[in-house]
Design a protein around this ligand. Structure first.
Ligand code: ATP
Length: 455
């Protein structure tokens, strides 16, 4: 297996070579800390987003979604405290000019060269831009540094339009921008990134209970992506570490190979009390209290927030799935992605170029049902390896018998087991494999999974 340092290098190069993630603006030397998702990356990202949306919104009667503007009214960030407080302390090395967040270096010496560090200076993290043709003060706006504030700002609209009563949640997936001092570690820390956030509004007395509930729910979602339990942990924030508005906060951390202490933040879960709604009430002068018709009382709800990053989840999923072994004397790299997340679910591979037409028909039959790939170039062994490397769970081989017996062979990525199945039953079996897993689906179909695919 790759060592921890090696693993990141291998991952960054695999992401580029296979089309998961590219450096943004590469042909112009690259824009530091901005990343573009390629053909496979965008599929993986959409699969993660839709898994989150299903889990957090669609399957719950008490959570609704929104999709709000990135460019935000400046008063939103004045009320939230970002204009005054969203700064990080920055230090520079006087010798090698490297730049660090003061709270991430221990001591007064540069961690890279041992040089003297400057005194910390405040560095504003929000991106500002001008709206409209005339560049005056009035037109200055911000790109949002987090997605949740527009949830709070829309609180009344949502209560009125969706008729939710306490407790209920509002969820959003979207871009956020932070002018990070040190953007590094690939998509772990970039200046443009995406968040998946949910604000759960409840009565103050219920906030502790819902905080515990959402901690467990969020962990179970990361496990449902196929991440290994040993790669994940909770980390409770100590009192002195809590943000000024938070009553309690826990991070869900993943064992990122570069992380100091072995684990880095994937998501924060926080009890934010009534900080945000009260702040927006104060600054906007609008009433954002919830009117409980049944209890006949007014309340400023408390909020439990779950706030995760898509880039960090993608990176965790890829690192966790990375697997090397030796098959038939050659090194094989496999992304053991959960089938639900795999960008391509099945590849149709004719054993020889002469069989291309028949195999293309099978691929055409599957395409409306599943994301499939069709590959005719190179030896069958090479084509299997290409599919293993991008995490495709099933390869369908169309061979010299297929035209006669109207059957093909399915090869499973991790066990290398194979079964022969009639072309008419292929789509159903593959769908079953995706829903239930390989062995249960094969058993249910009354087929025997045999041996290992030979290459
Ligand atoms: P960190 O301490 O690592 O800077 P944070 O505590 O400031 O993170 P939050 O403000 O809690 O992060 O944001 C919620 C989530 O958004 C994080 O858990 C992370 O997954 C994601 N996130 C935050 N900043 C970035 C970034 N610069 N690049 C990529 N993802 C980010």
């Amino acid at each position: 297996m790759a060592s921890a340092d090696d693993l990141m290098k291998k991952m960054v190069s695999l992401c580029k070579r296979l089309g998961f993630v590219f450096q943004s603006g590469e042909i112009y030397g690259g824009l530091q800390s901005a990343w573009d998702y390629g053909p496979l990356g965008v599929e993986l990202k959409k699969n993660i987003e839709s898994s989150w949306w299903d889990f957090m919104v669609r399957r719950r009667a008490d959570v609704v979604g929104v999709d709000t503007a990135i460019i935000t009214h400046p008063d939103v960030w004045r009320a939230s405290g970002h204009v005054d407080n969203f700064h990080d302390p920055l230090v520079d090395c006087r010798k090698c000019r490297a730049r660090f967040r003061a709270d991430q270096v221990e001591g007064t010496k540069c961690p890279e060269c041992g040089g003297e560090l400057t005194e910390p200076r405040d560095f504003g993290l929000m991106f500002r831009t001008m709206m409209g043709a005339v560049e005056d003060e009035a037109a200055e706006v911000y790109l949002r540094p987090e997605t949740c504030q527009s949830i709070f700002v829309n609180f009344r609209n949502i209560v009125t339009s969706s008729r939710q009563t306490l407790p209920f949640g509002i969820a959003q997936i979207g871009k956020a921008f932070r002018n990070e001092i040190t953007a590094r570690n690939f998509v772990f820390r970039s200046r443009e990134f995406e968040q998946m956030e949910m604000e759960y509004f409840c009565r103050p007395a219920d906030a502790d209970r819902f905080f515990e509930y959402w901690k467990e729910e969020r962990m179970s979602w990361y496990l449902s992506l196929g991440l290994k339990p040993a790669s994940l942990r909770f980390r409770d924030h100590a009192k002195e570490e809590l943000a000024h508005y938070a009553r309690a906060c826990t991070d869900i951390e993943y064992a990122f190979p570069f992380a100091t202490g072995g684990f880095g933040e994937l998501e924060g879960i926080a009890n934010r009390a009534d900080y945000d709604l009260s702040a927006h009430m104060r600054v906007s002068g609008q009433d954002l209290e919830f009117i409980d018709q049944v209890a006949n009382e007014k309340v400023v709800p408390w909020v439990v927030e779950t706030s995760g990053g898509i880039g960090r989840t993608i990176l965790a999923v890829l690192l966790d799935a990375y697997y090397e072994d030796i098959v038939d004397g050659r090194e094989r790299v496999t992304l053991r992605l959960s089938p639900a997340l795999a960008p391509v679910k099945a590849a149709v591979l004719p054993l020889s170029r002469n069989l291309e037409a028949g195999a293309a028909e099978v691929a055409g039959m599957l395409r409306p049902i599943l994301p499939v790939s069709f590959d005719v170039t190179g030896s069958i062994g090479k084509r299997y390896r290409r599919m293993d490397e991008i995490g495709t769970p099933f390869c369908v081989t169309y061979d010299f018998e297929s035209a006669n017996d109207r059957s093909v062979t399915i090869r499973e990525r991790d066990t290398l087991e194979q079964v022969r199945v009639g072309i008419d039953n292929l789509a159903d079996l593959l769908c079953d494999c995706l829903r239930k897993g390989w062995r249960p689906a094969v058993e249910k179909a009354g087929l025997a999974a045999a041996g290992r695919a030979s290459e």
